[in-house]
Design a protein around this ligand. Structure first.
Ligand code: OXT
Ligand code: ADP
Ligand code: MG
Length: 575
């Protein structure tokens, strides 16, 4: 070939771009800084190139954990967290996290490579063949496939807008292998990219709905505000605090709503939950659904007196989902709360003193009852002894992120550990799912730069435990405390027939701390609250990846923690 021709070829190449680069350019144009995923065919090179182009690409050991990291990144930042997987099995591994994001209203995009459309559609047995788009659709908010390089810009823009606008949720983006290698003119490629303007536009509530809500609240004798994770997500922290404080209404935080106002706030009714739910006459829900976690707004939990609900949510269909809503306020929480604040005026009545006394005296009684249990230094430890020291550590380090999963390990931590700042507590969420632990820890450490403390049941940890290597590899400031009671709920179950262990028990005396040592992290075996305290403080001070095996009494813990009532019972009467 002549020198002249070669030059022509080279200049032609310079003017072309390809699918790989268009995807990267589109993501970067829209502010995507991090991708969580697992490499493999057909996205290995894409990951390499994205990393080379300055996107942080974090490789996990299993896609589900990468997906959970992306989902919590979405929750913490209000931008869609991105998870990248290979086709069929990798896609399916990531799908649980995508469904979880949708269920919890977190913005997330699962981008999966997929196999050749022509072969997949004729079911001719391609490598990792699967009609991924069809499978993803019912499990997420929106699902798109891009077939042509020229549509990459639009495809990514649609995915971003769908994830964060309205009620946030999971979006699936299917990118067939062939797309990555497609070439097109570079200038046309640049022009095809779309920057998403105002991805989650404010949704202003109607003035009438605000007036109605304030009227209902004004006439309340026993008002209550419930703050859900939607309120935390909205990042309208100052206005929510002002609304609570100006109205003087007691507030009850849902699990991930804890810390939006400190749990130690004088109006916090967290420790008087049963009392306020049963006795309140007007309940204002801010970013919380009346689902199972709130007993659907009816039944014994809610007492016998009639209730009026004011419901603030971005999703109109949420209104009247379980019970009648007297005052629906549909809009984004920032706009709704600002409008309510503006409408309060100067003389908005404070709740009757009698109600405030009822709430605070119940709360103080419960707190006082708990206090001595938290001081015990028993060996083997129980949950209260262990959580007593962790509670102080969180108080001293209020900006650390707390990841929490398990059954007893979840419920007791939620009740005992006070939170002081918004979006610091992240947990199993709407599904009560085990497995979010290490993915959340990585996502939270990366997105916030803050230290992370994970409090994990020994079973819960097992669902994502291999990511301890990921935590060590990226040298993340994560301290994992495993409440090791030898099993699911307890370690004392006995198999009534045969020699196999009972279904809920694990290897007795397991040393989870040894796992992290294999990857260069710090492992500690703690048998008393004092040892636990020393080890956690050292980990939080050093920022070194640490795993503490906290040895708990195997008999500590109850079946399913606080939700044992959900276990089905036979209708047959016991003989
Ligand atoms: O007012 P009253 O008197 O009622 O008192 C309340 C508060 O006022 C009071 N309180 C306080 N008192 C004093 N001081 C303070 N600070 C204070 N704060 C509160 O305490 C009580 C209780 O308060 P709470 O907790 O707010 O109220 P309550 O009534 O419990 O609230 C109801 C709920 C429903 C809102 C609440 O319970 C809740 O949020 N629950 C979430 C439960 C949940 O999601 N659980 C996880 C799922 S369990 C099960 O499914 C598990 N699995 C199966 C499985 C899952 N999940 N996923 C997958 C993928 N596969 C399988 C498994 C395998 S759990 C599990 C593993 C378990 O084993 P581990 O080893 O991991 O864990 P361990 O149990 O530790 O062994
Ligand atoms: P919790 O489990 O804490 O009770 P849920 O997940 O049940 O909380 O409810 C969260 C609610 O918040 C969802 O109904 C969702 O539509 C709503 N939400 C999320 N973000 C916003 C927002 N920015 N503005 C208004 N509502 C929101
Ligand atoms: Mg356990």
């Amino acid at each position: 070939m002549s020198a002249e021709l070669k030059n022509t070829d080279a200049s032609a190449e310079r003017e072309m771009t390809d699918g790989f680069h268009l995807i990267i350019d589109a993501l970067k144009m829209n502010g995507v800084e991090t991708i969580y995923g697992v490499p493999g065919i057909p996205i290995t090179d894409f990951g390499r190139m994205a990393q080379a182009e300055g996107i942080r690409v974090l490789s996990f050991r299993h896609e589900q954990n990468a997906g959970y990291a992306a989902s919590i990144a979405g929750y913490l930042t209000k931008k869609p967290g991105i998870c990248l997987t290979v086709s069929a099995p990798g896609f399916l591994n990531g799908l649980t996290a995508l469904a979880h994001a949708t269920t919890n209203c977190f913005p997330m995009i699962l981008i999966s490579g997929s196999s050749e459309r022509e072969v997949v559609d004729l079911q001719q047995g391609d490598y990792e063949e699967m009609d991924q788009l069809a499978i993803a659709k019912p499990l997420c908010k929106a699902a798109y496939r891009v077939l042509h390089a020229a549509d990459i810009g639009i495809g990514i823009a649609r995915a971003i807008r769908a994830a964060v606008s309205g009620r946030p949720g999971g979006v699936y983006l299917d990118l067939p292998a062939k797309l990555f290698g497609q070439v097109m003119d570079a200038e046309a490629g640049r022009k095809s990219l779309v920057k998403v303007i105002d991805a989650a536009p404010a949704q202003i509530p109607s003035p009438n709905s605000i007036k109605r809500a304030l009227e209902v609240l004004r006439n309340a004798k026993k008002p209550l505000i419930i703050l859900g994770k939607g309120a935390s997500y909205a990042q309208a922290d100052d206005d929510i605090k002002a609304l609570v404080e100006k109205t003087g209404v007691p507030f009850l935080p849902m699990s991930m709503g804890k810390g939006l106002l400190p749990d130690t706030h004088p109006q916090c009714a967290g420790a008087a939950r049963s009392t306020v739910l049963a006795q309140a006459d007007v309940v204002m829900l801010i970013g919380a659904r009346l689902n199972w976690l709130l007993s659907h707004g009816k039944g014994k939990t809610w007492g016998t007196d009639p209730k009026k609900f004011i419901h603030i949510d971005i999703e109109p269909k949420e209104m009247d989902s379980n019970v009648e809503i007297a005052a629906p306020v549909v809009g984004d929480i920032g706009s709704c709360v600002a409008a309510l604040l503006a409408g309060l005026g100067k003389d908005f009545p404070q709740p009757p003193a009698e109600w405030i006394t009822t709430v605070t005296s119940k709360r103080d009684e419960n707190v006082a009852k708990m206090a001595p249990r938290l001081m015990n230094n028993n060996n083997p430890m129980d949950y209260h002894g262990a959580l007593g020291v962790l509670r102080t550590i969180v108080k001293e380090r209020p900006d650390a992120i707390l990841v929490n999963e398990g059954a007893n390990a979840l419920d007791l931590t939620r009740g005992i550990i006070d939170m002081y700042q918004p979006r610091k507590r992240i947990d199993v969420g709407t599904w009560g799912v085990m497995g979010i632990g290490m993915g959340y820890a990585v996502g939270a450490a990366i997105e916030t730069g803050k230290p992370v403390l994970c409090i994990e049941g020994d079973s819960a940890f097992g669902f994502s435990g291999m990511e301890i290597e990921t935590i060590c590899r990226y040298r993340l400031p994560v301290c994992v405390v495993i409440f090791n009671n030898d099993g699911i709920y307890r370690g004392t179950d006995v198999n009534k027939a045969g020699t196999d262990p009972a279904t809920t028990v694990f290897v007795k005396g397991a040393r989870y701390d040894k796992m992290i040592e294999a990857f260069g992290g710090v492992g500690v075996n703690a048998t008393t609250p004092d040892e636990l305290k020393r080890a956690v403080n050292a980990a939080m001070d050093s920022g070194k990846p640490t795993l503490i095996n906290a040895v708990l009494d195997p008999a500590a813990g109850s079946e399913s923690g606080r939700i044992g009532n959900l276990n089905p019972q036979s209708a047959l009467k016991k003989k």
